[in-house]
Design a protein. Sequence first.
Length: 656
Amino acid sequence: MDRSLRRLIPILLLGLLAAGATSAAPPLPQGMNGVHPVPRSSSPVEIDGAMIEPAWDTALKLELDYEVRPGENIKPPVKTECYVMYDDSHVYFGFRAHDPEPEKILARYSDRDNAWSDDWVGVVLDTFNDQRRAYELFSNPLGVQIDAINDDVNGRYDSSWDAIWRSRGRITESGYEVEIAIPFNQIRFQAGDGEQVWGFDAIRSYPRGDRHHIGLFPRDRGNNSYLSQTVKLVGMQGASPGRNLEIIPTLTAGRTEARSSLPDGPFETTASDAEIGASVRWGITPNISLNGAVNPDFSQVEADAVQLDVNRTFALFFPETRPFFLEGADYFTSDINLVHTRTVEDPAGAAKITGKTGSHTFGVFAGQDASTNLIIPGAERSGFVSRPSLDADVAVGRYRYDFGKSSTVGAIVTHQSAGGYSNTVTGLDTRYRITDEDTLSFSWASSQTDYGAELVQSEGLPAGSLRDDAISAGYNHSTRTWSARASYSSFGDRFRADLGFVPQVDYDQWIVGGSRTWHGTEDTWYNEIHLGGDVDETKTQSGQLLEREWEYWLGFQLPRESFFWQGAGVRKRTFAGVEFDQQYAWIDYGIRPSGSFRFNINIDYGDAIDFANVRAGQRWSFNGGMTINGGKHFLLRFSHLHTFLDVPGGNLFTAD
C-alpha cells in the first residue's frame, strides 16, 4: 500500500489543495426565474406521514404545474403540492398528492429501490448547483424509498447508491401525503457559512392508464441537459453535516467441506476461517469524505444478476454492489472503463478520499487485495488469471475540472502490482458541451504492464514491458425530434487496464447512427414513435475485419405503460480466420393492463457462431416475465430465460 500511495502523492496533494480552497456558493444567474428562498423550520417535525405540524404552514410551498411525460409541458391531470424547509441537521420535504380516485392509488410494501411501479413523489437535488450531478430521493405513498445518483454529464443513472434518510406516507380521503427528512450528513454540498444554492426539481409519478410524470418546470426536450433546466433553492444557511462518522463492524465466518471421494464419499472440512473487520466513513467537511476498511465483509451483499456464460468469448460484466466502493464511485468514471472495483476481490485494508470544491472534483483510493485477478484481453476473446494467494497493491487517483456549461476535463492514474507483476495506466479525458444539443467527448489512456517472470512462465503471458494506448472519441447531437451520433475507438493490442474492465483490445472501431422521434398528443394512439439505425465497422489494428454491421430499430411508446420495439440487422463477422454472413432480428414487448399485473417478453433470433468449433449456427432466445401484486403486502415475480443454439446435425445446447 505504501508503494501505491507514493505513486498518488501528486494527485492527493492536488485534492487537498482544492479541499482547502475557500469557495463560496455559485452565484445566481442574473434575471433568472424560478429562485425560491427556503425558510428555516419554525418548530420540530415528526416524520409520520401526517403533515399536521405547524412548521409545514410556514414552509416554502411549490405546485407541480407541468406534465412532462407523456404530455409535453401540459396541465397535469392532478394537483400536487411540495413543501420545503430546513433546520440545523436536516432538509425537509412534504408532499400533498391530490387524487380524485384515491382507491386507485398504487402503493405496496417492497424492497428498497423497487417501488417504481407504484405512485411516487420525490426530489432531485443538484447540491453543488453545477448542472452535472444530482441526488434523487423518491418515496411511494407508504414511505418505501428509492434513491439514486444522476450523472447528467456522462448520462449514467446509479440506483445502487443508498443514503440513510427518513420517509413516511399515508393515503387520505383526497390522495396521499409523504414526509421526507434528509440529513445533511448523507449528501454532499458546498462548504461555507453562507446560503446554499441548489438546483431543484420535485416530481410526481401518477400511473393511471398512462404513467404521467409531473414536475415543477417545463422541460425542453431538445436540451440534452436536464439539470441545466432546474429551478433553484436558496437557503440552508449554516448547513453542516455535524459529527458525520459511521462505523460498521463485521464478523465473518466460513467453512468449506468437500467429499473425500466421489460420488458418495463423506463430506470433510477442508478449511475454516473467521475474521473481524470494520468499515468507517467520515464526512470531513460537507463536500469531502474519507472511507476506510479493514477486513471488510464484502461477501454478504446484493446477489449478482444471473447471466449465462455459455458460448461467450469475452468476460461477463458484473456491476459493483459493495457499499465501500459505491461511496463516491461516480467521481472515478470516464468513457474508457479504467476503474472497475469488482477486480478488487478480497481487500485486507483500503482507504478512499473523495470530494468536490468549486469546479474541482477529486478522488483517491488505495488498498491491498489478498488476491490478484487479471482479465487477459484480446481481439476475439479474453482470458482470466486468478492468484488467490498473491497479494496485490492497488491505487487510483482521479481529478476533474468543470468549466463552461456542463463541460469537464479530467485526469486519472491507476496502479496494481504484485510480486514481479505491475500495471500502471494514466489517462486524460474531456467532455465539451458545445450547445444544448451538441456534445463532444475525447478520452486517451496509456498503459505500461510487466507480468513478471512467474506469471509469464506459469500462464504463458507476454514477457517484457508492454506499452500501448487507447483512444475513445465521440460526437452527439440531440434535439426534440432528431438525434445523431458518431464515435471512434482504438485500443492497442498491448493495452491493459487491470483495475478496469477492458476485455477487448487490438481493434479500431467506428459507429455512425441517428434516429427520428415523433411525439404524440392527447388525440393520438401513441405517446412516442422512434425510428433509428446505425452502421459500424470493427477491424484489428493490422486491418483484419472483425465485424461490419447495419442495424435499424422501430419503437412505440403506447398507453397502458406499454411498449413495442422491433429491430433487425445484417453483419459480416470474422472469427478465427473464418468469415460469417449473419442476419438477426429481435422484438421487445411489455404491457401493464392493470395496476396489479405487468407482462414483458423479449425474443431474439438470428445467425450465430459456435465459437468452440468455429462453425455457423442458429440461435433463439426467449426472455419473459410477469409481476403480480396482491394488495399492499404480496408480490409475485416470475422470469424465465430460454436460449438454444442449433448447428448442422442438431442442437448444440439448450440453457434455461
